[in-house]
Structure formats: structure tokens, C-alpha cells
Design a protein around this ligand. Sequence first.
Ligand SMILES: [Zn+2]
Ligand SMILES: [Zn+2]
Length: 91
Amino acid sequence: MPLSAGRAAAGPRTLYRLSVSTVVEFRGSFRLVETDGQRLRRGRGVWYDRCGELAQTEHNNPRCDTCARGGSCGMDCTLSRLVCPRCGATA
Ligand SMILES: [Zn+2]
Ligand SMILES: [Zn+2]
């Protein structure tokens, strides 16, 4: 009897699709990294600080014209603040 059916409970992030990561935007010492898988799902990628820590984000800016019309500009345009919990950098 195969046991592979129970893998769905492993969590939201699985490793099998971790292929190419692309830096799509810079802001201060932070960079927005997007994997191919996230691009396909219209995900926003993940912000990392220069020190390698995952940044905390706030999205309080209004969407740009493209996004407000239902499109996607490809940038994290609603991002208003970035904070690194490790070294305290902000942007
Ligand atoms: Zn936008
Ligand atoms: Zn940092």
C-alpha cells in the first residue's frame, strides 16, 4: 500500500518546484526575490534584506494605475515599508 497520499499536510511550501529565483526589485538594502513558481501563480515574491534575513513588510500604499485596473505591473507597488528583524534596517 503506497503512503504518498498523505503529503498534502506537509505545509504550504514544498521544495519540488524550487527552480530559478529572480530578483525583480530593489529597495534600499532589500531585494524582492521571486521564483518561477511564484510568477506562475501571480505571487509577489519574498523580500530579503542584505543580511539574508526575511524582511517584514507593510502594504499601505495605493495600487498603481496598472494594478488598480486589475493588471499586474510586476512590481510590489503597494509596499510602503520594509523592516529587517535581524539588523534593524528599514526602507
Ligand atoms: Zn502595480
Ligand atoms: Zn538585515
